[in-house]
Write a protein that binds this ligand. Structure first.
Ligand SMILES: Cc1ncc(C[n+]2csc(CCOP(=O)(O)OP(=O)(O)O)c2C)c(N)n1
Ligand SMILES: [Mg+2]
Length: 402
């Protein structure tokens, strides 16, 4: 068997040209520029290569931006009030996430890291579905078994988030390989942070995708921090984009706060991965304006001035200006969307926290076809324990103490 494979492997070995110049290639020989379309004032140059976009889709993207901002603001407040246990905002990164989601088709698979709930919303996840997940109630698609923001939806081709960093990256190579083997006209987009790109899984996943030639779009949100670690301590090279070349795939760097540029590169990346049946890497340069999570306090590792500089670059504000210039939206319309979402989210929080938690018996389901004896014993012990300390086990999540 091995002997049969050998001649093919040898014939595919590429011999680089020889040289008499003893030159060590330097890391700064290639610096990847940042593709951008939309100015901070919300205008685009005359010759700009805009994405394929009509007014209806642009309004849907704007709606999603506004929803995400209000959801993040309200749910962080709910966490502070002790109504939910944990939260993570997408603040400052709305354009990177929504622009890329809008550059895909619904049949494409998404594997996220955790800060990309806006992509799920763009695909149609309803406000009430978001609430069921965050309150871990009996209607949660994940049956209340995950921390808040660990969403997933089979119907929307959005694979469930897992907390260990980087696991989605080799999985995305595998999902796309399956799409290729099944001859599907669909690709896989994998989100990850620049911090996760230091995980071994990043390197395994990128190499696997390139070697197997899978239609995967690797989408790095380079938001300048991995919790408290700034990019200056994360890597020594020119960010994440050039790593694509090392693995043998095309790469591009894009202004992650420019929703039009992100959408344009994602549309082109999608066309490339489908037609070439091969992977591609996008690095979106942005900034995590909020804390890492509700458990983090950034004042210990960065200045307020730095945050304010980026807060002023609000990517949603930039997109709103473009929509207004183009007369695709009015200020009144935008104000109305904001008002409606504030009311809707507040009402849904109240509603979701009054819904019972999943029945305790479901806790041992879905691993084995029939729960094993040792799981049944553990469940019986748990029930005895809950009976003894009922005050510590509320029937709804709304009474979790902070
Ligand atoms: C394997 C593993 N190591 C460490 C952590 C803890 N952790 C959670 S998020 C995070 C930072 C990730 O940063 P980045 O990938 O840049 O994403 P961002 O939070 O900036 O969106 C770390 C270290 C983890 N969840 N899993
Ligand atoms: Mg980061």
């Amino acid at each position: 068997m091995t002997q049969g494979l050998q001649p093919q492997a040898v014939s595919k070995l590429k011999r680089p040209p020889s040289t008499q110049s003893c030159h060590f290639s330097q890391p700064n020989e290639i610096v990847i520029p940042t593709f951008t379309l939309l100015s901070k004032e919300g205008s685009v140059a005359d010759h700009a290569q805009l994405p394929k976009l009509d007014q209806e889709q642009a309004l849907r993207m704007l709606d999603c931006c506004i929803f995400t901002q209000i959801l993040d603001e309200r749910m962080l407040a709910s966490q502070r009030q002790g109504r939910i246990s944990f939260y993570m905002t997408c603040t400052g990164e709305e354009a990177a996430v929504i622009g890329s989601a809008a550059g895909l088709e619904p049949c494409d698979m998404i594997l996220g890291q955790y800060r990309e709930h806006a992509a799920l919303r763009y695909r149609g996840f309803s406000t009430v579905q978001f609430m069921h997940q965050m309150f871990s109630n009996e209607h949660d698609l994940g049956k209340g078994r995950q921390m808040p923001i660990h969403y997933g939806s089979k119907d929307l081709n959005y694979q469930t988030i897992s907390s260990p960093l980087g696991t989605q990256i080799p999985q995305a190579a595998g999902v796309a390989y399956a799409q290729k083997l099944k001859d599907e006209q669909a690709c896989t987009l994998c989100y990850f942070g620049e911090g996760a790109a230091s995980e071994g899984d990043f390197h395994a996943g990128m190499n696997m995708a390139a070697a197997l030639q899978t239609p995967t779009i690797f989408f790095c949100r380079n938001n300048a921090y991995a919790i408290s670690t700034p990019v200056s301590e994360q890597y020594a090279g020119d960010g994440i984009a050039p790593r694509g070349m090392a693995y043998g795939m095309p790469c591009i760097r894009v202004d992650g706060n420019d929703i039009l540029a992100v959408m344009a590169v994602t549309q082109q990346a999608r066309a490339y991965v489908l037609s070439h049946q091969a992977p591609i890497l996008i690095e979106a340069m942005t900034y995590r304006v909020g804390a890492h999570s509700s458990s983090d306090d950034p004042t210990g590792y960065r200045s307020k001035e730095e945050e304010d500089t980026w807060r002023a670059e609000d990517p949603v504000g930039r997109f709103k200006l473009w929509m207004l210039h183009k007369k695709w939206a009015t200020s009144e319309q935008i104000a109305q969307i904001e008002q409606d979402y504030k009311a809707e989210i507040l009402a849904q929080v109240k509603q979701a926290e009054s819904i019972p938690l999943p029945h305790i018996d479901t806790i041992i389901e879905d691993v084995y076809q029939d729960p094993s004896e040792h799981l049944k014993e553990q469940l019986a012990d748990l029930k005895k324990h809950i009976k003894k300390y009922p005050q510590d086990y509320p029937k709804t999540s709304g009474r979790i103490s902070s």
